[in-house]
Design a protein around this ligand. Structure first.
Ligand code: PEP
Ligand code: CO
Length: 449
C-alpha cells in the first residue's frame, strides 16, 4: 500500500470499487464531479478535528456517542418538519443520556448527506421486468421505471445542495435555541403509560426537569439557548465520486479532509482491505467509522484497523459493531479481545439495528424493538466481561410518528406496520421508540461505568 504522503483523492479508482453506480455517460459524470469540486464545503477542518478529540474522549469513557438519524434521507423529505423533528428527538435522547449516564454526549447526526445506500443485489426484478436497484437519491430514484433507475450524475450536485440546506437549517435551529427541549413537560410522553416501566420513566423525567430548574435558578435565567450544543454530521462514504470531489486541502493544515461531512463511515459491504473504500478513507484526516458485521474475524479486522489508522491515533477510528441479537453473543468477544490484546485505540459503538432486520408475512421489512434492545443489552454485558468499553450507540430513527419497527411500549404489531410505513429502505425507530430506547440504555448502563 502506498504511503499516505503520496495519497490523492482519486487513487481509489485504481482499486476494486464495489456498490458504485454504473453511470452510462462518462462525460456527464466528469462534468458533475468537476462542478462539485468547485462548490463550497459543508463543514470545516476545525469542526472535524474537534469531533476527533471528542471521540477520543468517548473512547476513554469521558463521553458517550449518540449517532442517529435516517437510514436514508430523501430529497423529497428535505423539509422543515422532518429536519426539526429529527433534531428534536436526538436532542431529547441526548438529554436523557446526559442525565442518566452523568456524561456529556457527543451528538452525531446521520444526516445532511446520508443519500446513498449499499444494496444486496445490483438488479431488482418485478413481474418479469429487471431494472437497476435503487441506490439512494444521490444516485437514482426509487420508482420502478427504467428512467427513474438510471444513475444520474446531476444527482451528485442535488445531493450536495440538499445536504447544504439540511446542515444550514440544523445550524440555524441550534443557534436560535431549541428552548423547550430542556423541559420534559413539553415532551410527548403519552407512550409511557403503556410501558411496564412507567413509574421508573416518570421519575427519570421528573428528575431531569428538577435538574433543569435547579440550573436555571443558579444561572438566574432560563436555559433557553442551545447555542453551545455541538452537533456533528455523518454519512456512509459510499459513492466515491462524490466523496472525492469534496475532499480538499485547507490552509494551515496538512493532509486532506472530506469536507462533505464530519464523520464518514465505511459500510459493512464495502470494507474489503484491498477495496476502494478503504483506499479512499485511509487518506483523509476525518474521524471515520467502520461497520463490523458478525462474519468478521480478528485476523480480518486487525489489518483493516492498521490500514485506516496506521499511527494508532486516538479518536480516528470508531468500530460500529452490528451483529444481530442472535449472533452478538459469539461474534463480538473475539474481536474485543484481539483489539485489546494488540493495543489498538478504537472507540466501540453498537449498531443494534442492521443485524436485526427481518421481513414480515405481510411483506414489510421490519425490526423488533425487543431484538434491538437485546443486542444493546448484550453489547454492554460483553464489553464489561471483556474489560473494554462500549462508548456509543448508532441508531436508525426518525422524529416522525412512523410505524416501521415492531414492539416498544405501544407494542406495534404487523398490522400497525401498514399504517405509517414510510421508509424506502430500512425500518426506523419512531419518536416514542427512540426515547424509550434512550431510557433503556440509561437503565442498563447507569452512571459511572
Ligand atoms: C446502514 O447503516 O444503513 C447500513 C447499510 O449498514 P451496514 O453497512 O452495517 O449494513
Ligand atoms: Co440502514
Amino acid at each position: 500500500m502506498s504511503d499516505v504522503d503520496q495519497w490523492l483523492p482519486g487513487n481509489w479508482q485504481t482499486k476494486v470499487a464495489t456498490q458504485q453506480p454504473n453511470y452510462p455517460d462518462a462525460a456527464a459524470l466528469a462534468q458533475a464531479t468537476g462542478a462539485l469540486g468547485g462548490l463550497p464545503p459543508l463543514v470545516t477542518s476545525f469542526e472535524i478535528l474537534a469531533l476527533k478529540r471528542l471521540l477520543s474522549e468517548a473512547a476513554e469513557g469521558k463521553r458517550f456517542l449518540l449517532q442517529g438519524g435516517d437510514c436514508a434521507e430523501s430529497f423529497s423529505e428535505c423539509d422543515s418538519a422532518t429536519i426539526s423533528n429529527r433534531l428534536k428527538v436526538l436532542l431529547q435522547m441526548s438529554v436523557v443520556l446526559i442525565h442518566g449516564l452523568k456524561l456529556p454526549v457527543v451528538r452525531l447526526g446521520r444526516f445532511a448527506g446520508q443519500y446513498a445506500k449499499p444494496r444486496s443485489a445490483d438488479l431488482e426484478e418485478r413481474d418479469g421486468v429487471t431494472l437497476p436497484s435503487y441506490r439512494g437519491d444521490i444516485v437514482n430514484a426509487p420508482e420502478f421505471t427504467a428512467a427513474a433507475r438510471v444513475p444520474d450524475p446531476q444527482r451528485l450536485l442535488r445531493g450536495h445542495a440538499h445536504s447544504a440546506m439540511t446542515i444550514n437549517f440544523v445550524r440555524a435551529l441550534i443557534d436560535g435555541g431549541f428552548a423547550d427541549l430542556h423541559h420534559p413537560e413539553y415532551w410527548e410522553l403519552g407512550w409511557m403509560q403503556h410501558s411496564p416501566l412507567q413509574d421508573e420513566y416518570r421519575r427519570m423525567v421528573e428528575a431531569i426537569g428538577e435538574s433543569v430548574r435547579f440550573m436555571e435558578t443558579l444561572a438566574g435565567e432560563p436555559l433557553g439557548s442551545f447555542s453551545r450544543v455541538d452537533f456533528y454530521t455523518s454519512h456512509e462514504a459510499l459513492v466515491l465520486h462524490y466523496e472525492a470531489a469534496l475532499t480538499r486541502q485547507v490552509p494551515r493544515q496538512s493532509g486532506w479532509f472530506n469536507l462533505s461531512t464530519h464523520f464518514p463511515w465505511i459500510g459493512m459491504r464495502t470494507a474489503q482491505l484491498d477495496g476502494a473504500h478503504i483506499e479512499y478513507c485511509r487518506g483523509i484526516r476525518n474521524p471515520i467509522g467502520l461497520k463490523v458485521g458478525p462474519s468478521v474475524t480478528p485476523d480480518q479486522l486487525l489489518p483493516v484497523i492498521d490500514a485506516l489508522n496506521p499511527g494508532n491515533e486516538p479518536g480516528r477510528l470508531t468500530l460500529i459493531h452490528r451483529m444481530g441479537a442472535a449472533k452478538i453473543g459469539s461474534a463480538l468477544l473475539p474481536l474485543l479481545n484481539a483489539v485489546q490484546r494488540e493495543g489498538r485505540n478504537v472507540l466501540w459503538c453498537a449498531d443494534p439495528m442492521h443485524g436485526n432486520t427481518e421481513s414480515t408475512s405481510n411483506g414489510f421489512k421490519t425490526r423488533r424493538f425487543e431484538n434491538i434492545r437485546s443486542e444493546l443489552d448484550q453489547a454492554f454485558d460483553i464489553h464489561a466481561a471483556a474489560g473494554t468499553r462500549l462508548g456509543g450507540v448508532h441508531l436508525e430513527l426518525t422524529g416522525e410518528n412512523v410505524t416501521e419497527c415492531l414492539g416498544g411500549a405501544r407494542d406495534l404489531t404487523e398490522i400497525d406496520l401498514g399504517r405509517a410505513y414510510k421508509s424506502t429502505v430500512d425500518p426506523r425507530l419512531n419518536y416514542e421508540q427512540s426515547l424509550e430506547l434512550a431510557m433503556l440504555i440509561v437503565r442498563k448502563r447507569g452512571p459511572g461505568r
